[in-house]
Design a protein around this ligand. Structure first.
Ligand code: ADP
Length: 399
């Protein structure tokens, strides 16, 4: 079955066409700056890509371009739209309604719309993608795969915030988490890697990219995660602050005269690695600067690794131990220096990084020593494959 995976952001649209049974990516691409005249569309596989510069009015136009590129021209992956069997959409916020992926119908669309209040940019973008596909590929089965559904197993004592309960009742303010598809994938792969059932393991999964989150998965069940009502909570990130003393928000509004939008912007786009280093949200640039002696870049490194280390400690306490710690995404997969800083000093907890293995490159691999009680793994994430697989299973079951 060929599944078109669509990941619609507010001004971008990423896609992959995946042959699920053979685990093959037939095509991938991205439309960027959707809604503007200087938009572009990149399409193809790594060694054979084409970039088309053209205005893209909206998501509907973006999807029309994607379908055109998939079916015609030198980079076509299929001969007609009939070769697309189903479509899987990434949806950021599924709220309390969705504890798993679902086939999309009018009721699901209405729920996604209702939940847009909790993730305005993301859910609205997903809806635009869904509507465009309905228009251009009427009748094809479509599934919604939510970033939050994996975390619906988290219990109230871990997802509630200690603010007046009425506010939870009125606005559904609680922890929902994010990156759930990635955490689910790397936990599953980690269990396969260590050759034990997921249900027998205590796993801490660390997704360290531009956005960062960490989860505790106890015997296959997510019991806590660092992102909250929104993806701003938890770990220090590229441009996001992660958890800070909430009193800083009114303080800044008073002293800097910031509006709610401005303070939101400051914490989401000007903080994290970028805010501390003053150099970049990209850890590669921060690393270069720190190695050249830049003190704020070094501080950013130390704060970031301290933030991950603290959460690892918390989740060991929450689960009463850990068997496997898994790292993924740009930083988790590639930055040996950050990994070394995160794991330094954890030997007494049975967590021992192998310095040589940590320097190695490649795909799925173990970077702990043979003596380490806890296994530390790197598993490159693959959210698109999970979306395709969920879509495949839902469509298959419905037949
Ligand atoms: P996203 O969350 O946007 O999907 P990625 O998972 O691609 O992000 O991670 C992007 C980040 O990974 C970059 O901003 C950069 O900080 C980091 N990164 C990628 N490669 C390296 C590397 N070799 N060394 C250090 N950091 C890296």
């Amino acid at each position: 079955m060929n599944v078109l995976v669509i990941n619609a952001g507010s001004s971008s649209l990423k896609y992959q066409l995946i042959q699920v049974e053979t685990h093959t990516v037939l095509a991938r691409g991205i439309c960027e700056r959707v809604g503007s005249d200087d938009a572009f569309h990149k399409h193809g596989l790594d060694d054979d890509e084409v970039v088309i510069d053209a205005p893209i009015k909206d998501h509907s136009e973006a999807i029309a371009m994607v379908l055109e590129a998939l079916t015609s021209g030198p980079h076509a992956a299929i001969s007609s739209l009939d070769d697309i069997d189903a479509i899987g959409h990434r949806v950021v916020q599924g709220g309390k309604y969705f504890d798993s992926s679902v086939l999309i119908d009018e009721e699901v669309i209405a729920r996604i719309d209702e939940l847009a209040e909790l993730a305005p940019l993301h859910n609205k973008a997903a809806l635009m993608g869904i509507e465009a596909c309905q228009k251009l590929m009427a009748g094809k089965p479509m599934a919604a795969v939510f970033d939050t559904s994996f975390f619906q197993t988290i219990q109230p004592h871990a997802y509630m915030y200690p603010i007046p309960y009425e506010l939870y009742e009125k606005y559904a303010i609680r922890k929902y988490g994010a990156h759930g598809t990635s955490h689910r994938y790397i936990a599953e792969r980690a269990a396969q890697f260590v050759d034990e059932p997921l249900e027998d393991l205590k796993i801490i999964t660390c997704h360290l990219g531009n956005g960062c989150s960490i989860s505790a998965i106890d015997h296959g069940v997510a019991v806590d995660t660092s992102m909250g009502l929104t993806p701003l909570d938890g770990l220090m990130m590229g441009t996001r602050s992660g958890a800070i003393d909430p009193a800083i928000v009114p303080f800044l509004m008073d002293h800097e005269g910031l509006s709610t939008d401005e303070v939101n912007d400051l914490l989401n786009k000007k903080s994290g690695l970028l805010g501390i280093s003053g150099i970049s949200n990209d850890l590669r640039s921060v690393r270069t600067a720190s190695e050249e002696g830049d003190e704020r870049a070094q501080l950013a490194y130390e704060m970031y690794s301290h933030s991950v280390k603290k959460y690892i400690g918390q989740y060991i306490a929450v689960m009463g131990g850990v068997d496997v710690i898994v790292l993924t995404a740009g930083v988790g997969e590639n930055c040996d220096k950050m990994r070394r800083m995160i794991f330094t000093g954890l030997q007494s907890l049975g967590i021992e990084l192998d310095i040589e293995r940590n320097k190695g490159r490649g795909g799925e691999r173990e970077i702990s020593t043979d003596e380490s009680i806890v296994q530390i793994l790197i598993i490159p994430t693959n959210e698109e494959y999970m979306i395709a697989r969920d879509t495949f299973e839902l469509v298959h079951d419905a037949e």
